[in-house]
Design a protein around this ligand. Structure first.
Ligand SMILES: N[C@@H](CCC(=O)N[C@@H](CS)C(=O)NCC(=O)O)C(=O)O
Length: 214
């Protein structure tokens, strides 16, 4: 399978962790999001993913999946072990709800194109954009902490799953932009526990082949 990714994309980071947890081999194709106006808008990639966002996963038969959570759902159904979701329906919904706090409530309003638009069309500075992002991360991550289990190694138990995947990827951005993560020690402990798992450690943006020193 072909995995269209960018080292600093947190949505791609989610899928990267899921692929590695499940031991699925893919070939990476890096889509540089900021160089020359962004490779995501160039015809080659915009034909593969009409939303011009990463990630995308091209299956061996040429069909393409987009949207990180939809890709992770597909991987869960086609490579069920190890499971990213619990078996029991209510528990599955709880894990999905936590994941969606990040993927639906925090990430979409902090995306690269949001910041670019705030600057280009609304007169905001880079500092304003960083404050904007940190505001929504602080609010969303504090809610996230309240909906996970209080005293487990990972968000919902003894093994990492979908909520941990979304958390670790979002915390990467939270550290990057200076969100108030020191107020969320439980999340930092879960992040530490996750990063001791090889699939997470090997998925860290800085160790990806397309990473850059910035
Ligand atoms: N909801 C999408 C979000 C994808 C997304 O926003 N990706 C970002 C990187 S994390 C992107 O490609 N941004 C490019 C841009 O904003 O132009 C998903 O979960 O896959």
């Amino acid at each position: 399978m072909k995995f269209y990714t960018y080292w600093r994309s947190t949505a791609a980071y989610r899928v990267r962790i899921g692929l590695k947890l499940k031991g699925i081999q893919v070939t990476d194709y890096s889509i540089h999001l900021t160089r020359d106006g962004g490779d995501q808008f160039k015809t080659d990639y915009a034909t593969i993913n009409p939303t011009s966002l990463v990630p995308a996963l091209e299956l061996d038969d040429g069909r393409v999946l987009i949207q990180s959570l939809a890709i992770l759902d597909y991987l869960e159904e086609t490579f069920p072990s190890p499971a990213l979701l619990p078996a029991e329906p209510f528990e599955r919904a709880q894990v999905r709800a936590a994941a969606q706090i990040i993927a639906c409530d925090i990430h979409p309003i902090n995306n690269l194109r949001i910041g670019q638009y705030l600057k280009s069309d609304h007169g905001q500075t880079q500092d304003d954009v960083v404050r904007w992002m940190c505001h929504w991360m602080d609010l969303g991550l504090a809610s996230f902490e309240k909906v996970i289990l209080p005293d487990t190694k990972f968000c919902f138990g003894d093994a990492p799953g979908l909520a941990d995947i979304c958390l670790v990827a979002q915390l990467y951005n939270a550290h990057r932009w200076g969100a108030a993560v020191d107020k969320l020690p439980r999340l930092l402990q879960i992040e530490k526990n996750c990063l001791e798992v090889p699939a997470f450690a090997e998925s860290v943006p800085e160790v990806q082949p397309d990473s850059e020193s910035v």
